[in-house]
Ligand binder design. Structure first.
Ligand code: BGC
Length: 661
């Protein structure tokens, strides 16, 4: 509940106390509620309250200078109708411009004074794109006036048609007003308590770290809707219009893990979005002469590419592997066979098909290559054989072939259904295996160094310390795009990200070499970068670096340290905050049957407590300086294996274990 109180003193010396309480209901996503309490302190007289609905909504122009391709103020809805409802109610219907969606918004309100209805009937006034209801009341000094206002929303996307759309929105508002703000608020609180029970992370010993963590969890919980498989999470969640609300790989790699382990229904809904948008991903592949499914770099519903430039739209193809990685991650942690059979397998096979048609056999290098791509380090321009991309492609091809072979043996029914549906052949599986085996991965054996791509080493080295200090992104500090392309500057974790995603595929020596080489060259111009560095630093036992990058991540939006939080909360970053605590400081690894932990708690923390879900079994973990407590929920059904450092434990459902040291 967002609460704001203030004392207003006007020019003629009148003082009025205000209290605003507002919420968007967690129990009923179509409902928002507002309560305004007004107390004239030292005056009596006339007070006018204006309630209105406004269809003149516009998007801010965030791409100043050049990149913006749309008018400065971008209006995305047209007014259809605006009417008053009953005594104190308004209803407005608008239509979105690019897609033919209709949205109805209804408001119902009530003004009371000490429990009794107050004020005259409201006067309704229609303006060009607004409708307003004015309420006049004569107020007395010292009395308290309360305005309760309920807002209901309905969209044609949810199946409401014609007149029923308005009725649905108004019904939500009217029912809520009948219940009153206190009950609406209580239902909201109950729904939140349920989320915090499995989704909270408790940090003891450091207030602002705890605050940052809960700030992140709050956003993670409110910007997802497990009931809706047609939407995803925008790069700025629900807080502003940066990137026009489209989603990126931010979801799959940086946000989704939180849901996988604490709210699998939400993870499932997000992956279902990728299934729903599979037809568009197939279209995109076809249009560019590839096979299978090519997910868009910037995706809206129904999954069409929204990136303005070919340099992102057509070649930032690691997104295809990222979607597959996320699916695999979800599958391993949840063992959700039903989802795989109904939706997942098709994504795995179609993405593998894409890679197989995108990779090219180069006889000169005697290897399969993936040329002309943009890897996670966007400042490297257009490159050949981005290690991150090739690795994800290989993983995708290997997993697809393995899944097909396993299903052929163990699930012939499921195999028949999917292979017939998408016409998969044995020859294709063989081809996937061959491509996977021959995919080029750039590795310098002598230096134990994985190279970002074919060209990175040929670029001119550059000392980032030579730049003017500041947290603004490099291009806003006067470095031109061509300069970035020329120099060894890494925008965000690339090879290091790969190493945190596949922690067991690299030796400690390789990780160290990568850290020493890339970390000094990375300017973290993306909020997706410091969290990976924090995890990596924790795993490499570099506590000061880990803490530095934790601070950069966890407080990025609270402190507005990138000076761009007005464009919205960085959703990958709030997801990253959770990941640092769990993967970095708790050192969690997912195992086939449970988890492994290798805790390295920051000095300034006394303890870290969280809950993780593995295949419908909830494990509570409390890490302290001297003791660890592990408890498996009684409903778990079967035991779980947990490694704490080198110790192997088997926990029975309902069992709690205290481990000293
Ligand atoms: C980053 C991308 C990210 C996008 C949306 C860019 O600045 O480089 O990796 O997906 O922002 O958050």
């Amino acid at each position: 509940v967002l609460t704001r109180t203030f004392l207003w003193q006007d020019a003629s010396g009148r003082s009025t106390e205000f209290k605003y309480e507002r919420l968007v209901s967690m129990a009923e996503p179509q409902l928002a509620a507002l309560r305004v309490t007004i107390k004239p302190v030292n005056w009596s007289g006339s007070l006018r309250i204006e309630n209105f609905l406004d269809a003149e909504v516009d998007n801010i122009d965030f791409h100043k200078g050049g990149y913006q391709m749309r008018p400065e103020r971008y209006y995305f809805v047209d007014l259809e109708s605006a009417v008053s409802q009953a005594a104190d109610g308004l209803l407005m219907t608008v239509k979105t411009r690019t897609n033919p969606y209709r949205v109805a918004e209804a408001v119902r309100f009530r003004l009371t004074c000490e429990g009794r209805q107050a004020g005259a009937a409201s006067l309704v006034r229609k303006e060009k794109k607004r409708i307003a209801a004015h309420k006049q009341v004569s107020v007395k000094a010292g009395m308290v006036y309360t305005l309760e206002k309920m807002i209901g929303l309905a969209t044609s996307r949810d199946g409401h048609q014609g007149i029923r759309l308005g009725q649905a929105a108004d019904g939500v508002a009217a029912r809520a007003l009948a219940r009153g703000f206190d009950r609406v608020c209580a239902d909201h609180a109950v729904a939140w308590v349920k989320r915090w029970r499995t989704g909270d992370v408790e940090i003891t010993g450091h207030f602002s770290d705890q605050q940052a963590m809960r700030f992140s969890i709050f956003h993670l919980c409110q910007f997802v809707n497990p009931e809706d498989t047609k939407v995803n999470i925008g790069s700025r969640g629900l807080t502003a219009e940066m990137h026009y609300g489209n989603c990126f790989w931010d979801t799959e790699l940086f946000i989704l893990p939180y849901y996988i382990y604490t709210w699998p229904e939400a993870a499932r809904a997000l992956l279902s979005y990728r299934y729903q948008t599979l037809p568009e991903a197939r279209n995109k592949a076809r249009r560019l002469f590839f096979k299978g499914a090519m997910y868009p770099w910037m995706s809206s519903y129904p999954g069409r590419e929204q990136a303005d430039y070919w340099e992102y739209a057509n070649i930032a193809i690691h997104i295809v592997g990222d979607v597959h990685y996320a699916l695999e991650h979800y599958y391993q942690a949840t063992a959700d066979e039903g989802f795989m059979e109904k939706y997942g397998a098709e994504i795995v096979f179609e993405t593998a098909r894409f890679w197989n048609s995108r990779a090219y056999y180069n006889p000169r290098r005697r290897a399969y290559m993936i040329n002309t791509v943009k890897g996670p380090n966007e400042y490297d321009g257009v490159v050949n054989n981005n290690t991150y991309t090739n690795w994800q492609a290989r993983f995708n091809l290997q997993k697809a072939a393995a899944l097909a072979r396993a299903w052929k043996r163990e699930k012939p029914g499921a195999w028949r259904r999917v292979s017939r549906k998408i016409r998969l052949t044995e020859a294709e599986l063989k081809s996937w295996e061959k491509t996977a085996q021959g995919l080029f991965i750039h590795y310098d054996r002598r230096k134990k160094l994985y190279l970002e791509d074919d060209q990175f080493l040929d670029k001119e080295p550059f000392d980032l310390k030579a730049l003017k200090p500041g947290r603004k992104i490099i291009t806003e500090r006067g470095v031109s795009w061509d300069t970035l392309l020329r120099l060894q500057i890494v925008k965000q974790a690339d090879v290091l990200l790969l190493m945190t995603l596949f922690p067991d595929s690299f030796t400690a020596g390789q990780k160290k070499a990568a850290w020493n080489f890339y970390e000094p060259k990375t300017c973290h111009d993306s909020s997706l970068s410091p969290n990976t560095h924090a995890i990596m630093a924790a795993q490499l036992d570099l506590p000061e670096k880990a803490m530095f990058y934790w601070d950069e991540t966890a407080r990025l939006d609270i402190d507005d340290s990138m000076e761009n939080s007005y464009l919205g909360v960085h959703s990958a970053c709030v997801g990253g905050t959770w990941q640092i605590a769990i993967l970095g400081f708790a050192g969690m690894r997912l195992l086939a049957d449970g988890f492994a932990f290798n805790p390295r708690l920051p000095k300034r923390w006394q303890g870290l407590r969280f809950t993780l879900n593995h295949s419908n079994r909830l494990l509570q973990v409390a890490l302290g300086k001297r003791e660890t407590i592990l408890s498996l929920a009684p409903e778990a059904g079967k035991p779980m294996t947990v490694f704490l450092g080198k110790r192997r434990l088997t926990l029975q459902p309902g069992e709690e274990r205290r481990i000293r040291g």
